[in-house]
Each structure stands twice: as C-alpha cells, then as structure tokens.
Design a binder for this molecule. Structure first.
Ligand SMILES: [Zn+2]
Length: 347
C-alpha cells in the first residue's frame, strides 16, 4: 500500500540484541546450579537474532556478546549508540521466591513498585564486577538504598515506542508461548539508561521456579521464547513503518466480523503511569484528546480518522507540534487492535 506509507518515517534497519551477564557474571542461578541466566539468555539471544536475519531482509542484527564473556553494562549501551541502532533488546531471566513465575518486559523509567525496583537492583548489581564502576555510572551504588535517585530526572524520549514493543512481546509470550504475562513494567536499569533509541529489557521467566526453569533450559522452550519476541518485533516493525504485508491473512478473528466493526485510527501521543487531565497544558493545540487504559498504563490519543492515509497526515501534523514519537493506532469498537488487522477488516 504505497499510498499510505508516510515519507521520512521511522525505519528499523539495525537491532542490537543484548544477552545479559556472561563470563565472570553468571547472573541468577537456578535450583539446579548448572543452569545460569547468562547461558540461557545467550541461547535465546542467538536464536532471536537468527530468526530476524533469516526472515527479515532489511534488518541488520548486532550482538553485545556472542559467547560466554563479561561485557560491562555501559559498553552494551555504547555498542547500541555507536552503531546507530534503531532498537535495543536486552534478554534476561528472573529470580524470586520458588512459587513465582512468568514473564515481564521493562522499559526505562521510575519504578512504581518495590518489586520492580528489586529486579532493577539485581540486574544493576552486575557493575560490582566492573573495575571502575563508581566513575562510569554517575556515582550509582547498587548497595545504597538511594541508588535510584540518579534516575529521578530521567526523561525517556522513546517511551511510546518502547512500551509498544514491550506490550507486543508480553502478548506474544502469553498467546504464542503459553507464558504467564506479568505485564509491562518500568524501572531504572543502567543498561537502558543511556541508550538513544527505543530500548527494552525482557525478563523471560524465573530460573527459581522449577517448572519454568525446565522450560527455559530446554531447546524447545528457548525457541518458543525467541520466536515470540521475533513475532512481536516483526509486528512492531511493520506498524512503526506503516507497511502492511501482502501475505497478511487470517488476521480477523470471529469477534471482528464485518457486521460489527467500527474501525477508527487515532494518533497515540502520550503514555503515563498516572492519569493526565484531558485539559492539561500537555495537550495544548491537540484536538480530540482521548484516554484509554491498557495494561495499567494511561494512554492518550488524538484524532479519530476513518482511513489510514488521513491518520498518517494527522500523525505528521502532530509530530510537527512536538510529539515526535506519536504514532498511528487502530481501534475496533473502542478496543485496540493491530494496524494490520484494522486494514484487513477494512478491505
Ligand atoms: Zn539479568
């Protein structure tokens, strides 16, 4: 559909995949001591990269590590920044009480709960194995209760895109890989802190949960996880670029029959962990601002367009007004659906 493809748009040409930990840093360890986070994260990262390279021609995949070696957290972010990557995906595994299981995907920001803070602190503690961490991380000390204060002024310029990819990944984990969806979350991760592109950190499951650890350490389990991330990535890329593949079929499920459809396109402009008044100065100059809630996040949209072309024109207009990461989203009867599905239903 060349008609609906906007000019000068965001393109995803380069992805950096970051397998957490490695070398002298094993990450978290399962009940079976042979299972380490660093090994499983690397296996999933390599499988994910393979999927992308095999299936998508125009994307280059880079890795922060391809073998069992120690890489400093700031170096991982530098690899992404210096290569001008369009996306940064960190793969990790979680640890907790024996009964806890499921997947979480994080975006950089201020944590809303102590549980999220604990995950970030555990992941950030990798820097204790680095030689010069005091100088590298603005004085961040993982052992200090006030450690995360350095993140208090942090502004996530890529929050919208990062959240979008994160929620697609969580959906794929749940629907495609049969995982328990623990949600999209926000916390202060040093590895994401300085990146200059949409970035996420995925906790692919709990190594401390016997059944989940077994799944994650199996070839098949790792493949399910990698394939779910790949599918979410592909969907995200297509939507971000406004491209609809010709072979997109079977997208409409039974609840979306032609008879009961009411498709509208809106421009998503802001996502927040707290509600924002629709009269807020944040939205000055923007028409038809509406709120919807998804996965515990308050999301704000502008406009209500009946076709994709007008939606892209409005998107360009709204980006001009300063909402640089605004993007088109689709709804059917007020329910958020993928752009591809909306287009399929309108055919
Ligand atoms: Zn980790």
């Amino acid at each position: 559909m060349p008609d609906s493809t906007p000019d000068n748009q965001y393109r995803i040409r380069k992805v950096v995949i970051d397998a957490g930990h490695g070398g002298k840093d094993p990450g978290c360890v399962g009940a079976d001591k042979g299972l380490t986070e660093s090994k499983i994260a690397l296996a999933i990262a390599l499988k994910l990269g393979e999927y992308i390279e095999k299936e998508i021609d125009d994307v280059e995949v880079l890795y922060t590590r391809k073998k069992d070696e120690f890489v400093e957290l700031h170096k991982r972010a530098s690899i992404a920044n210096e290569s001008n990557a369009d996306l940064f995906i960190c793969i990790h595994l979680n640890a907790g009480p024996k009964s806890v299981y499921g997947t979480e995907t994080y975006v950089m920001g201020i944590e809303k709960s102590n549980a999220n803070l604990a995950v970030a602190k555990r992941e950030n503690a990798s820097i204790l194995m680095e030689d010069n961490y005091e100088a590298q991380y603005d004085g961040y000390n993982p052992n200090s209760p006030e450690a995360n204060i350095i993140f208090s002024l942090y502004q996530n310029a890529y929050l919208e895109q990062s959240l979008e990819l994160a929620s697609k990944i969580q959906n794929q984990f749940q629907q495609g890989a049969g995982r328990r969806n623990r949600g999209v979350k926000q916390a202060g991760f040093l590895v994401l802190y300085k990146t200059t592109m949409p970035s996420i950190l995925i906790e692919t499951g709990f190594l401390t949960h016997a059944k989940e650890a077994k799944f994650l350490s199996s070839e098949q389990g790792q493949d399910h996880i990698a394939s779910a991330i790949y599918k979410a990535f592909k969907e995200y890329k297509l939507e971000a670029e406004g491209v609809v593949p010709e072979d997109y079929t079977n997208l409409a499920d039974e609840t979306d029959t032609k008879e009961n459809q009411d498709i509208v396109f809106k421009i998503q402009i802001v996502t927040s962990s707290k509600p924002i008044s629709l009269d807020s100065p944040n939205f000055e100059g923007i028409k038809d601002v509406k709120e919807y809630i998804s996965g515990g996040w308050y999301k704000y949209t502008a406009g209500e367009e009946r076709d994709l072309k007008s939606a892209y024109l409005l998107q360009a207009d709204i980006r001009e007004k300063g909402f640089k990461s605004a993007f088109v989203v689709a709804f059917n009867n007020d329910k958020r659906i993928t752009l591809q599905k909306a287009i399929k239903l309108l055919e």
